[in-house]
Design a binder for this molecule. Structure first.
Ligand code: ATP
Length: 681
């Protein structure tokens, strides 16, 4: 069997931890060794690396499988053995980067069936600390002289928030914990004070009840004797975030979904794993809430809040917590500081601790009526994880990312995207590939099928031996030779016996052949069934992805439409203003014309009135002329014949002198006095 890949070349180191049987009690009676289906292979070169999985002795004939890991820890291994043996210390060391530089990302994941000891390994128990507590203890103690506290360094929050490339909402631990733990934290924390947001920190109100506090964490096992070197001329800040992958979607665990009596199952907003403006080449979970912590205690309280949200969210959607893959991320940020107190940019790396869902959930989910999508997603993501892990062992020393199919789902993307050297050549700050460790927890007397499935997904090497059924031929020939009943029957009986034996042999051969054929067909059926299940799961995932893409496209189009609408609105408003101005001018001109028109009308009216006055004057003159003629005719008979006619004719035809006169008087008020009439004429 192929040995597991060498530590230097593997993307993931995969360790197997076997949990001890529970102490015998009425529920769990003492188990006999025959019920143990895992056998640890002895190794001549130190710690064991292989196990054999022996199927139980039931009616189904199953293959014996052998699995290879980086190292196998047997039942008696303690928490401290796991802490030292699985390379947690180098992971923390890489993140601290004592010798300058940005450090190296670390990833620690646990995988296993429910009850196999994942939580015990990663989070510990009431009396024993887990790897998370131990790693946080080591990390915070190692940088205790250089770590900045957001409650005393007021500029810390703003500078960390400004340097964060993941569009995160950064909070101080104090602000976050006061929201989550409410008054209880105030009572229990000596340094607690009212929730005073740091400068630039705005905390949206989240209606929820304060989370109940759990028991204090144990101090055992102690690692006081271990301290790692840190960068001396450096400020450190530790930023915690937590999220889960559920149904191939990412949800923030530090932004609790608002829970009110009216909203039983609030819709959670999925986050994107994408390149951001500040990180164009490296994908990040964008939009998380991140909390700056100054001590391991604060970090553990944040962890507790996230675990609580994971439980609450799981219950709300009628599921259980281990149907999701949980991520706890500890970012260690560093910035250089010179003798004059001038500081550089925040940079750094992260340690991510992952609790993976067990595949048996899928099976249970089906029987419990949960959606096929949910069940399929767990199986699918673990299947892709298995493909990636197996591919890494086939690749050997090659670390070409394209050959590892990690982009097939969110889980493998999140786990593997930092595993490869950066493609941006020439960048002096290109991050180094992460160091990753997977601890597979298994109960050697637990559920055989679920355990074997997990081991198949996670092992670095695998060998299958299909046991052959005991040959019928062998049993036929293995039996005692037929005894002759009579010595006379001699050669005939011998011949007959030989023929029968040959027939029997052929029949046995045929039976064995058919039996093998049946085995092959059975294996084919199993493979076909698995293929169909995978295809179904992929279909569901494709549908989900299509919906997701549709949502993104919709959002983009909506954004574009809004943008266009805004532009059109602005254009329309500008046109409107222009038109309004033009209309105003036009109106002004019209008014002017009207006013001018009215002015002219006034003048015309005046003229008209003048004409009337003239006509009136004319009429008066005529009357006066007639009167004068009469008077002249009455006073001098000589002139009575011809003269008046002349005068009339003169007035009638030659009015020019009068007219001229009249015209000259046109503009004045007529005050022609009767006594002066004769003189005037
Ligand atoms: N190595 C161990 N030593 C002692 N007790 C253990 C060990 N591993 C597991 N146990 C105990 O077994 C029980 C189940 O373990 P644990 O809760 O860690 O399982 P799990 O895989 O996390 O399950 P789940 O997925 O349901 O959370 C616990 O009571 C735990 O204390």
């Amino acid at each position: 069997m192929e040995p597991p890949p060498k530590p230097q070349s593997a993307l993931f180191q995969v360790y197997l931890r076997l949990r001890p049987p529970p102490a015998p009690n009425s529920l769990y009676p003492t188990l006999t060794t025959s019920e143990r289906f895992v056998t640890v292979e002895e190794s001549n070169e130190g710690a064991p690396t292989h196990i054999t999985l022996n199927p139980p002795n039931d009616n189904r004939r199953r293959a014996v499988e052998k699995f290879g890991f980086t190292q196998v820890f047997e039942e008696e291994a303690s928490q401290l053995d796991i802490f030292h043996g699985t390379g947690v210390i180098p992971l923390v060391e890489g993140v601290l980067a004592a010798n300058g530089g940005d450090g190296r990302d670390g990833l620690l994941a646990t995988l296993g069936v429910t009850g196999s000891g994942k939580s015990h390994t990663i989070l510990g128990s009431r009396s024993q600390r887990g790897l998370t507590q131990l790693a946080l203890d080591l990390l915070f103690r190692s940088i205790s002289n250089n770590i900045l506290d957001p409650s005393t360094t007021y500029s810390l929050h703003a500078s960390v928030a400004a340097s964060d490339p993941s569009e995160a909402q950064v909070l101080s631990s104090q602000g976050f914990l006061d929201i989550i733990y409410g008054d209880q934290s105030c009572a229990s924390r000596a340094t607690s004070r009212a929730a005073t947001p740091m400068r630039g920190e705005s905390i949206p109100p989240t209606p929820r009840r304060p989370m109940p506090r759990s028991a204090p964490t144990p101090a055992s096992p102690s690692i006081e004797d271990i301290t790692l070197p840190s960068d001396p001329a450096t400020d450190y800040a530790v930023v915690i975030s937590m999220y889960e992958v559920y149904n191939d979607r990412i949800y923030d665990l530090l932004t609790p979904s608002p829970r009110t009596p009216s909203v039983k199952e609030p819709r959670r907003r999925p986050l994107l794993f994408k390149p951001t403006e500040a990180s164009p080449e490296r994908k990040l979970v964008a939009g998380l809430r991140k909390v700056i912590c100054a001590s391991a205690r604060e970090a553990l309280m944040v962890l507790e809040a996230g675990l609580h949200e994971r439980r609450v969210a799981g219950t709300g959607s009628n599921s259980v917590s281990s149907r999701s893959h949980g991520f706890f991320c500890v970012e260690v940020k560093k910035r250089s500081r010179n003798a004059r107190g001038e500081t550089g940019q925040w940079r750094g790396s992260a340690l991510t601790i992952v609790d993976l869902a067990g595949s048996e959930r899928a099976r249970d989910a089906r029987t419990q009526g949960a959606t096929l999508a949910e069940a399929g997603k767990i199986n699918e993501s673990l299947m892709y994880l298995g493909q990636c892990l197996q591919m890494q062992s086939e690749l050997g020393n090659s670390t070409k990312p394209n050959l590892v199919p990690y982009r097939q789902c969110k889980l493998t993307e999140l786990l593997f995207s930092n595993s490869f050297p950066s493609t941006s050549s020439g960048s002096s700050h290109a991050p180094r590939p992460q160091r990753a460790t997977m601890i597979v927890a298994a109960d050697p007397v637990g559920d055989f099928n679920a355990t074997s499935q997990i081991l198949r997904y996670s092992a670095l090497a695998r060998e299958i031996t299909v046991p052959r059924i005991p040959s019928i031929t062998a049993s036929v020939f293995g039996g005692p030779p037929p005894r002759s009943t009579s010595g006379n029957s001699g050669s005939y009986q011998g011949q007959q016996g030989h023929d029968e034996r040959a027939t029997m042999e052929r029949a046995a051969m045929e039976i064995a052949r058919l039996s093998e054929e049946m085995d092959m067909l059975r294996a084919e059926v199993v493979a076909e069934r698995e293929g169909r299940e995978e295809a179904e799961a992929r279909l569901v995932s494709a549908e989900e992805r299509a919906m997701e893409i549709e949502a993104v496209v919709r959002e983009e189009m909506w954004g574009e439409m809004e943008e266009r609408f805004e532009t059109e609105l602005k254009r329309w408003k500008a046109r409107w203003e222009e038109e309004k101005e033009r209309g105003g001018e036009h109106l002004d001109r019209k008014v002017e014309v009207l006013v001018r028109g009215l002015g002219m009308e006034g003048e015309g009216k005046e003229n008209h009135e003048g004409m009337e006055e003239l006509e009136e004057e004319n009429r008066a003159l005529r009357a006066m002329v007639i009167r004068l003629q009469r008077e002249v005719g009455g006073g001098s008979p000589t002139k009575r014949t011809g003269e008046p006619r002349d005068v009339l004719g003169h007035l009638g035809t030659q009015t020019s002198p009068v007219k001229g006169r009249v015209r000259k008087l046109g503009g004045r008020k007529w005050d022609f006095a009767a006594g002066e009439e004769g003189d005037e004429i």
